[in-house]
Design a protein around this ligand. Structure first.
Ligand SMILES: Nc1ncnc2c1ncn2[C@@H]1O[C@H](COP(=O)(O)OP(=O)(O)OP(=O)(O)O)[C@@H](O)[C@H]1O
Ligand SMILES: O=C(O)[C@H]1CSC(c2nc3ccc(O)cc3s2)=N1
Length: 589
């Protein structure tokens, strides 16, 4: 086993598919409205304890995503926009724009109509954004599907979204075609499958459409309508998220939602952000976060291309390969999730020199350990670290940590045009600083609703426009927000709430612990009690050591009364969220 193998094992889930972060830039165009007062917590109406963004409001232009995202094409047409870290396949800005437009023309010619849903089942290949923007230019809506899904899971999303076409690669064609065949039989109609170039050279299966045939230079684009036919409020993407409860649901996001969130994260000089390209500088951004997830989609496909960055697509997470990609391409901005940051900060083979060109690291999607940030900055002291918080339902960003802040436990303050509050779920009262309750978000980036599910929409967005996140959190006197845990994960010990994330953070601070997860297990006396699963660094650690360590740090009801069990790996989803249901299935039979 080489020295990367332990990381490989630990990052097994992540390796399945993934991506990283984006960049931001300076876009305040002088249209800014009023300066907001960061210490005021009451809204213009009668509600108390509303935390407004401390930043200048941004003005969102009344345009569509196509005109927005390709702004750099005319300035730097010959710069590389997209390059595949694995195959070296690359496209300049001018080529990208041309291919996307010809794809749009071919889609229209093939009979796809405005508002039709196209399912994109792709890992991070450079064609992903071209497919996305081409489909949008044709007036279609894209539902992004996790390419590691099984045929059944793919089928569910195709069915629920009403997709009438699918884009994939030959590498995963056999499972995608299984899902499509089932749906074709149900609907008694054909669902075309389009194949983009993939990860390996494979023959194009019969009966499919070749992306290259739809995008070559001979394709006539005169059938495309003017862009202003695309209304900024029409839907563009339908990513799936399970939200606070229940099954995955399609989240309806429009041109305006995505442009707004992009400008929110790029406009404010007080938050660490990517820069827009100039003659002397441009961001170089490895796209490791999956494009199918809104964090990757917004930060890597939209904000980075809007900035004129070079986006280096990374289709799977292989630790050593990822580091060599960062070094080889001289990456400047890394958009990551906590497990990747943890690996980069702790693995001895990741060196200070590997970060030489990196100036920005953003963490999002799941809680990051304070120790991991400290260790990262010990290794790379020149790096600006920042953390964001958001949800698919908020396009996704709602908060970002301020530039220069060392308050790494916090995910920062509301971004421009965003209000937040903490609500007591029993009394529905807004809470003040230091009091934990449900995090609520209001702003122009909040989704239009769930697809075909008015009930779930009404349960999530209240009549005053507040998005109820299902996350437990609080803010401090500085209006910095902290995410404690998700309500659906909380353990109820004698009726008291215990947040697994708090105990996991403590366990991971033990020098003998490589990784940890906590779940609630049934208990006769207390109803439920916390139980820990530990991946230890060496053989010396015992269950008793772990229990005593915890008992020395937290109040009685949070002790590991359910025990501590040693395991080889903690099941996680690609963004680092612990798969507690899976953990229970694996170990609590
Ligand atoms: N900086 C952060 N710190 C802690 N938690 C975060 C942070 N950023 C995001 N999250 C968590 O991620 C959630 C949003 O994730 P996402 O929109 O991907 O949906 P999801 O509910 O995880 O989807 P699914 O359950 O389908 O995987 C938030 O509600 C929050 O719990
Ligand atoms: O989807 C999420 O879970 C989150 C959590 S944080 C987040 C984002 N953070 C940034 C930071 C910069 C940027 O350009 C885009 C995003 S999306 N998305």
């Amino acid at each position: 086993m080489n020295s990367w193998s332990s990381v490989r094992m630990g990052c097994r889930v992540m390796r399945r598919m993934y991506s990283t972060v984006t960049s931001r830039s300076l876009v305040n165009d002088g249209n800014c409205a009023s300066l907001r007062n960061d210490s005021v917590r009451s809204s213009s109406s009668h509600e108390q304890n509303i935390v407004k963004s401390p930043y200048l409001d941004i003005t969102v232009p009344d345009i569509n995503l196509i005109d927005f995202v390709w702004e750099m094409v005319d300035i730097y047409p010959d710069r590389t926009a997209l390059v595949c870290a694995l195959t070296g396949r690359r496209y300049t800005y001018a080529e990208s724009r041309g291919i996307a437009r010809r794809f749009a023309a071919s889609l229209c010619r093939a009979g796809f109509k405005h508002g039709n849903v196209l399912a994109v089942v792709l890992p991070n290949v450079p064609e992903f954004p071209l497919v996305l923007f081409g489909a949008l230019e044709a007036g279609m809506v894209v539902t992004t599907v996790n390419p590691v899904f099984t045929p059944e899971e793919i089928g569910k999303q195709l069915r629920d979204s009403g997709a009438v076409g699918v884009v994939t690669i030959s590498d995963i064609y056999s499972k995608v075609s299984k899902a499509v065949a089932v749906l074709e039989a149900e609907r008694k109609s054909k669902i075309p499958i389009i194949l983009t170039p993939g990860l390996e050279d494979k023959a194009i299966p019969r009966g499919t459409i070749n992306f290259q045939d739809m995008t070559h230079k001979g394709i006539d684009t005169s059938n495309l309508g003017a862009h202003n036919m695309l209304s900024p409020d029409s839907l563009v993407v339908l990513p799936y998220s399970s939200g606070t409860t229940g099954l995955p649901k399609g989240v309806k996001l429009s041109h305006r939602h995505l442009i707004t969130n992009c400008l929110q994260v790029l406009s404010e000089p007080k938050i660490c952000r990517a820069e827009r390209a100039t003659d002397d500088f441009r961001e170089i951004v490895p796209a490791l976060l999956p494009f199918y997830h809104i964090y990757g989609l917004l930060s890597l496909a939209i904000a980075s291309l809007y900035c004129g960055a070079k986006v280096v697509t990374v289709p799977t997470f292989e630790p050593a390969q990822f580091i060599s990609t960062v070094v080889k391409y001289k990456a400047t901005a890394l958009y990551l999730v906590p497990p990747v940051i943890q690996f980069m900060s702790s693995h001895p083979d990741v060196k200070t020199s590997d970060f030489e060109t990196v100036r920005l690291v953003n963490s999002g999607a799941a809680p990051i350990g304070y120790n991991d940030v400290e260790r990262l900055l010990e290794k790379a002291p020149h790096v600006e670290f920042t953390q964001g918080y958001g949800l698919t339902e908020s396009s996704p960003a709602a908060t970002i940590l301020e530039k220069g802040s060392t308050n790494y436990k916090s995910c920062g303050k509301p971004i421009p045009n965003t209000e937040m509050k903490i609500v007591n779920m029993d009394t529905n009262m807004n809470l003040g600083p230091g009091e934990a309750g449900e995090v609520c978000i209001r702003g122009p980036q909040v989704m239009a609703g769930y697809h075909n599910n008015p009930q779930a929409t009404a349960e999530t967005i209240d009549p005053s426009g507040w998005l109820h996140t299902g996350d437990m959190g609080y803010y401090d006197e500085e209006n910095d927000f902290y995410i404690v845990d998700r309500y659906k994960e909380l353990i109820k010990v004698k009726g008291l709430q215990v947040a697994p994330a708090e105990l996991e953070d403590i366990l991971r601070s033990h020098p003998g612990v490589a990784d940890a997860a906590v779940i609630g297990v049934p208990d006769q006396r207390s109803g439920e009690v916390p139980k820990a699963f530990i991946v230890s660094k060496g053989p010396k650690l015992t269950e008793d050591d772990v229990k005593k360590f915890m008992a020395g740090k937290v109040s009685r009801h949070k002790h590991l009364t359910g025990g501590a069990e040693f395991v080889t790996t903690i099941p996680r989803n690609p963004s680092g969220k612990i798969l507690r249901k899976k953990l229970k299935e694996m170990y609590c039979k």
